[in-house]
Ligand binder design. Sequence first.
Ligand SMILES: [Zn+2]
Length: 411
Amino acid sequence: MVASGSNEVLAKLYAANTPNTFWQLLVEPRVSQAEWADAIQVAASILPRNDRCNSVDADHTISMVLGEELFGPKRWQLSWSSRLYYQLKPLLPRPLRILLRQLYRRQQEVHFALGWPVEDRYVRFQFNCVTNVLRQRELDSVPYVNLWPNGHRFALVLTHDVESELGLASVQYIADLEERLGFRSVFNFVPERYPIDHDLLSALRQRGFEIGVHGLNHDSKLFSSWQLFEQKAIKINRYLHVWEASGFRAPYMHRNPKWLQALNVEYDLSFFDTDPYEPMPGGTMSIWPFSLGSFVELPYTLTQDHTLMTILGARTPRLWLDKVDFIERWHGMALVNTHPDYLREPSYLAIYEEFLTTMKERKNYWHALPRNLAHWWRQRAHFQPQWHDGQWDLSSLPGATISHFSAMEIY
Ligand SMILES: [Zn+2]
């Protein structure tokens, strides 16, 4: 696929996500760009494509996937039906809103181009790339810098968006529950929608939780024009600074990779691997973080609580735990977004608590705050392993360990 015009600009935002930086293979001589290009060319046959992206160009394969090009040139705009819904939403009683979402659900599922809740094609693509390198080099296995620090198999990140004053009142309770079970999370607050309790923010920080920014006033208009976004970004940056926050999530997962570059963030949380139920359905297909221009993107990979509990009517965390199994298998990042507003409902809270207690029993993952995880991912991507006296020196990347990739592992 030949990218052109604004696609070219967008592709640049994703350019740092090469298989070389992703895998950090420990092999001499290093895998050349030409070798990777060949490997990508072969592996790309597994990726979904349509008439917009129907031929393979190694340089753009990854940016095409992460940039959600499958969903067309208008993928960062709301459809007319979504715009109408958001205009009417404040006038509709909550039960009617839920009914509409449930009715609309079927249509969203039928027209969705990705797998859900598991979309494995980009995941397999990444592993197939290394398999192809092994084949070219006639090797059975290859060492690489483990994707997560201290030899962990996968990662777990807990995030919360605090939508309203009702949610704000539940923050303490959720933090207590998580702390009791040994977890920490980020709470993303809306700066200009409800009064912010700065004592609560600093108490959370002291207990090891993180504070993030969730939009500006949560009015669904943040991305309605670049001019408006640019003005609001100035205010958002001020809150990021005052709150000592490093991360942002857009309300309703409205997102625009280019515009988001105006924010002074270490990481963003507004994208996801696959989700047919959002106002802008789509997905980056990535169960790992990735570099997005100036920041690291941490896509959510577990279904949002509202979708799981209200739209799909789940009564257990089974869907989340099954996805964690998939993520564990492929060394990914389990990132979940739950809302203190919805967890006020005891049956919803029980599902979240069951999820946490089940995860507490599992030992082989790195539980990290998003800030620390984004930092690790950035450091690892920039890491230049050195070959000294017959061995690899990983000492300049604290936590780095060596894992072995075997082609057998992926089947
Ligand atoms: Zn929100």
